[in-house]
Design a binder for this molecule. Structure first.
Ligand code: ADP
Ligand code: MG
Length: 403
């Protein structure tokens, strides 16, 4: 059974009827530009074929009920006007509902705030903010750095935007997903994941300026060039809400303050000599990663446009080295995946996502999929790591209504 069918079936189990519609949004993988998003910088993600489906339908009352195959089919139900008492979740505290439910319920909360009702429960369309049931099923691996979180947010936001007739555009829905993740779940993430999940197009990456939210599609031309993109999920779980991610953000804020700029986006590679004299070694290396990574995103976009995918390998490799040595967010499993892929002939490889686990990507010859996969699997076994989950992806479509 497909995830789309699973969401429909779960909805029927919950409500005894068919959903009004099914909406979906994909996970994403970041081609290059890591931790640059919350520094107002540039990123270049693409949506992947793996999607999260939300089968949804209106209710007659003012309650919202969510259920997911991820969470043992156990529904969570609250009154819509209770959402404002549940969220925002105070900093450092757990959400007042099961954590997974804070994603879809947080989206409902943020969507309401973005489109204030003119009266109790109704607006221009007469249907806004009526109760709703949502059943979720996903094929996006969770916690693998492929943004299952943006996928559940994007699917939920798309469903509610149609059912509540709020008519928000894709960028606005991306902001709502981010707000849910930041303020309802309490994970201090940037906007990249949601923008990629909302705006993805087949065979294209999204060149996103995280300061202006200006997004431009860049053709990747993977198939044309005879290439493939391999995801190597290390199955090492990461957690955005804790520890390392927060520390890196704080180091970036400190670095920007020392440089007297609003964000590290405003520091260029030419400024790094001055930066090194002004700050401690750790802060400087965090800053150097962000500044050089921003430049690598710009260089990757230019290279893709002028010379094609085959020419971006060195930029991917340099990005990984910067994350490993300067930003220090890699783990031995990610380094092993990257090194083994390169040794087996990959054109480029790097860890992707927030780090501390998750997945790495490799750009490889299309006929090298088996050889590279086998080499990575063998090196994991030799290092005593759990077997990685390896599969290919192509840039895919963003959020949509499926039925
Ligand atoms: P990533 O986005 O890299 O997969 P995150 O930690 O950001 O990892 O998000 C994973 C969390 O999102 C899960 O622990 C769960 O709370 C929630 N989530 C993701 N997919 C689903 C789903 N299909 N159903 C319910 N919750 C989900
Ligand atoms: Mg996430």
């Amino acid at each position: 059974m497909t995830a789309l069918q699973q969401s429909a079936e779960l909805f029927e189990q919950l409500t005894g009827r068919a959903p009004d519609g099914i909406w979906s949004a994909p996970g994403r993988v970041n081609l290059i530009g890591e931790h640059t998003d919350y520094n107002d910088g540039f990123v270049l993600p693409f949506a992947i074929p793996h999607r999260t489906y939300a089968a949804a339908g209106m209710r007659d009352d003012g309650r919202i009920r969510v259920v997911s195959t991820f969470a043992g089919d156990q529904p969570v139900e609250v009154a819509l006007d209770e959402l404002a008492t549940l969220f925002p979740t105070p900093t450092g505290e757990e959400p007042a509902v099961a954590e997974w439910a804070a994603y879809p319920l947080g989206v409902a909360w943020a969507l309401q705030l973005a489109t204030p009702s003119t009266g109790s429960g109704t607006t221009r369309s007469g249907t806004q903010f009526k109760g709703v049931d949502i059943a979720i099923a996903s094929e996006v691996p969770v916690g693998a750095g492929l943004s299952s979180s943006a996928a559940i947010e994007g699917a939920t936001a798309s469903a509610l935007n149609d059912l509540w007739d709020t008519a928000l555009d894709r960028t606005a829905l991306a902001r709502i997903g981010r707000r849910a993740e930041n303020e309802a779940v309490g994970a201090p993430t940037g906007i990249m994941d949601q923008m990629a999940s909302m705006l993805g197009e087949p065979d294209a990456a999204i060149f996103l300026d995280c300061r202006t939210l200006d997004a431009n599609l860049v053709q990747v031309g993977i198939a044309e060039a005879g290439l493939a993109i391999l995801i190597m999920d290390t199955r090492v779980q990461h957690s955005h809400a804790t520890g390392g991610y927060r520390e890196r953000r704080e180091a970036c804020e400190r670095g920007a303050a020392i440089m007297g700029v609003p964000a590290l986006r405003d520091v260029s590679v030419a400024d790094l000599g001055r930066a090194e004299k002004l700050m401690d070694d750790v802060t400087f290396r965090r800053v150097r990663h962000i500044v050089t990574e921003n430049q690598r995103v710009l260089d990757t976009v230019t290279t893709l446009r002028e010379r094609g995918a085959r020419a971006i390998g060195d930029l991917l490799v340099a990005s990984h080295a910067s994350m490993r040595d300067d930003f220090e967010i890699s783990v031995p499993e990610l380094d092993t995946a990257v090194d083994a892929a390169l040794a087996a002939g990959a054109i480029g490889a790097r860890m992707t996502g927030g780090g501390f686990g998750g997945a790495a990507i490799a750009l490889i010859e299309r006929d090298g999929v088996q050889a590279v996969s086998d080499a990575v699997t063998a090196d994991f076994a030799a290092s005593g790591f759990a077997a990685p989950h390896i599969f290919t992806v192509t840039p895919a479509a963003g959020a949509r209504r499926d039925t």
